[in-house]
Design a binder for this molecule. Structure first.
Ligand SMILES: Nc1ncnc2c1ncn2[C@@H]1O[C@H](COP(=O)(O)OP(=O)(O)OP(=O)(O)O)[C@@H](O)[C@H]1O
Length: 230
């Protein structure tokens, strides 16, 4: 369980409030207008944005001040953060061991993760020799090997076409189901939310609202969400 108890997050003059809980293993989309604070929310949960008031808890443990690396979250952002000078296997290996001296078992684990995302045989390629979709898959493999209970995605597949995006969302969902990981995903697309998410957090007017069942919220949107959806 991930809880934000009366949390106030600030980025310069911008501030965002949240008082909400997300069940372990739940897949949650974060939607809302541009600049509403979706990235601020997930970055605060991951430890990249300071919390000015309130408490962030993971399974009852106060992680408000914890380093990002101690938060049990695998993070996947839009640019994939693949290092261009490293091979795909090395990039995925960074998810296991930043120092990169991998044991045989860890090397095998990388191959299993690459197989899982459909990149078997791509171990030695550099990111530039992969398509955009394949790069997204490699970044997902890196999240996979971390074995964390949460995957946090900030518009991870925004650069992909609709068919490829749907494919990646289904892959995230099946990986999450296999590992039992919860998913928190920022997206601009209500269709993506419907495809992946059990629940939706709507961010608007300085508030990240508690999660509501996806169909319930998108089928009967409150006025601010209706205005956003158009
Ligand atoms: N480092 C920063 N310093 C000051 N203000 C910031 C900083 N980062 C973001 N902001 C401001 O915080 C607000 C929320 O930004 P945020 O990126 O969280 O919104 P968002 O909902 O993710 O937007 P988008 O959908 O456009 O990506 C914006 O007004 C933005 O200008």
């Amino acid at each position: 369980m991930l809880s934000l108890n009366n949390v106030l997050m600030c980025q310069g003059a911008f501030s965002l409030r949240a008082d909400l809980m997300i069940e372990a293993g739940c897949k949650v989309a974060v939607i809302g207008p541009s600049g509403a604070g979706k990235s601020t929310l997930v970055n605060a949960i991951c430890g990249f944005v300071d919390v000015a008031e309130g408490q962030v808890q993971l399974d009852g443990r106060d992680i408000t001040q914890a380093l990002p690396s101690k938060r049990h979250m695998a993070i996947l952002f839009q640019d994939n953060n693949l290092f261009p000078h490293l091979s795909i296997a090395q990039n995925v290996g960074l998810g296991i061991r930043p120092a990169m001296r991998l044991s045989q078992a860890e090397t095998a684990q990388i191959s299993v993760a690459l197989d899982r995302v459909g990149l078997e045989g791509f171990e030695d390629r550099k990111p530039a020799a992969l398509s955009g979709g394949q790069q997204s898959r490699a970044a997902l493999a890196r999240a996979l090997v971390q074995g964390k209970p949460w995957m946090v995605l900030d518009e991870p597949f925004a650069a992909l076409g609709p068919a490829l995006r749907a494919e990646m969302l289904d892959l995230v969902a099946s990986v999450a189901m296999e590992t039992g990981a919860g998913v928190l995903m920022v997206t601009h697309s209500p269709d993506d939310a419907r495809r992946l998410a059990d629940q939706v957090i709507f961010v608007a007017d300085g508030v990240a609202n508690p999660p509501v069942a996806t169909a319930e919220l998108l089928d009967n949107p409150p006025s601010a969400l209706k205005a956003y959806l158009g």
